[in-house]
Ligand binder design. Structure first.
Ligand code: AMP
Ligand code: MN
Ligand code: MN
Ligand code: MN
Length: 281
């Protein structure tokens, strides 16, 4: 892709379909992207590339970047690393993601047990009906809790039951940054720290994360994401340059009804090196 940032507000390198916790099918996601004049969209479902073929089939003029958002454990924090431009057929990546989903299934059974202790029954069976195949993401529990009347909104379900510190939060041992980056690289992709300000790390801890990420050969960071305020963007842009990381941008779109809107993001600060200049194949 060209170096030009002219059309870059129409690029979005972080989005979800119903193959993880997005509302839309890949086809509906691409239709929605077309309505919003998106020129380039990365589908980055949590721990699966199952929706990519459908997204490409529905692309019709939009460039689809095959991607995935992988959960990793770093010093007791859950950090999300986005893999961009991965080979979706790569065997070792597919095996690795399958293991991630097995961890998700095991965690889901534990979450269901914790909910059962609160008198909320059959949550595991409930989320299996909502989730796509074996990919159980916490918002599926939130939806189940809303449907059964235990919360009024998905956010309330997180605040009451699912988020860290609440009764049905189950700490999970995800693979290390090194392992995740290595798997993305083996599949020909670039690794990107997702929504860096969402982990609520102190500034020292965030620097430590970037130091560890770069020593593990990580490639980039989301300088632009829908939840950033302008100050966050400038702060992360400076850090990206300091640590020699490429700059990515993505809304983290989960559906028309959620907070993050697709595309139409803030402009990338001029001092950053945009990751899309590396997508030429
Ligand atoms: P999981 O990877 O299964 O732990 O689920 C992570 C997803 O849950 C994120 O990508 C968000 O979509 C959603 N999520 C995480 N924390 C919250 C929260 N506190 N409130 C609302 N949604 C959340
Ligand atoms: Mn999500
Ligand atoms: Mn995420
Ligand atoms: Mn995401």
């Amino acid at each position: 892709m060209s170096n030009s940032t002219e059309n870059s507000q129409f690029y979005d390198f972080h989005s979800h379909s119903h193959y993880s916790d997005g509302e839309l099918s890949p086809q509906a996601l691409l239709d929605y992207a077309r309505e919003r004049q998106i020129g380039c969209l990365a589908l980055t479902d949590h721990d699966t590339v199952a929706g990519i073929d459908e997204a490409i089939a529905a692309s019709d003029g939009i460039r689809v970047i095959p991607g995935v958002e992988i959960s990793t454990s770093w010093r007791k924090h859950e950090i999300h690393v986005v893999g961009l431009n991965v080979d979706r057929h790569h065997e070792s990546l597919l095996n690795f993601l399958k293991q991630q989903r097995t961890r998700r299934v095991n965690r889901a059974k534990e979450i269901a047990l914790a909910l059962e202790r609160e008198g909320i029954r059959d949550a595991y069976e409930g989320v299996l009906k909502i989730a796509c195949e074996d990919n159980i993401v916490r918002p599926h529990f939130a939806q189940f809790l809303v449907e059964k009347g235990y919360a009024n909104t998905m956010q309330q379900a997180f605040d009451r039951y699912l988020k860290r510190g609440k009764v049905a939060y189950v700490p999970t041992k995800w693979p290390s940054l090194e392992k995740v980056i290595e798997n993305i690289h083996e599949a020909g992709g670039l690794s990107v720290i997702a929504h860096p300000m969402r982990y609520k790390l102190t500034s020292t801890k965030l620097r430590l994360l970037l130091a560890d990420f770069t020593s593990a050969n990580g490639d980039g960071i989301e300088v632009i994401t829908a939840s950033h305020r302008p100050n966050d963007t400038h702060h992360v842009a400076r850090l990206a340059n300091e640590y020699g990381l490429l700059a990515s941008q993505g809304s983290d779109f989960h559906g028309p009804s959620s907070f993050a809107k697709m595309g139409h993001l803030q402009p990338m600060p001029a001092e950053c090196e945009p990751i899309w200049t590396r997508f030429d194949s």
